[in-house]
Design a binder for this molecule. Sequence first.
Ligand SMILES: [Cu+2]
Length: 204
Amino acid sequence: MRKFVKWLMAVSSVVALSGLVVGTVADGLNLGNLVGKIEVSKGRRGQNTVVYLRGVEGNYEPPQEPAVLDQKSKVFIPHLLPLQKGQAVRFKNSDSLPHNVHLYWGRRSMLNQSQAPNSSYDWTPPRTGEYLILCNIHPEMMASILVFSHPFFAEAASSQFKIENIPAGTYTLVAVRDVRGKLKEQEMEVSIKSGETARVTIKF
Ligand SMILES: [Cu+2]
């Protein structure tokens, strides 16, 4: 009897181990990376650009860390903030004067929150899509938040970006750029192959 239990334990541990190994290898084989460069015509900086993949399916855990949107010298930083659904936005007020964050999803007012100097406020967008952010006190303040259902997006802070561990497949890559408060888009098709890194250049 004792022998049989030992044998059973040995078999089940081998099964558990092989299951683990197979799972890891399979995941590794079906994922690829994307590296890209944003080129902006002369006189314009390659900042305030967000890139994302359209049409990725599946459920992905959102990051625990909030995405920070600062209010500094009466400017929202960054102008364009990407995040994943379920992730919070942390509205920071780094100014020594009050602000009032007012968020719209389409025409619908989603949040209207006054903010004391040097304070922060966390809020989780309830749905994916584009949100416009204004300040009720300072009409010159404006920003946008883009909420995605998956983690395959990036901010092209210094004109370069990288998106990792993408399920292999063909997708539309969308680049969104904030040009004086208006969002401009570029699209291209990208093919992600397992174990490879695709490279793209996007011109604005
Ligand atoms: Cu303000």
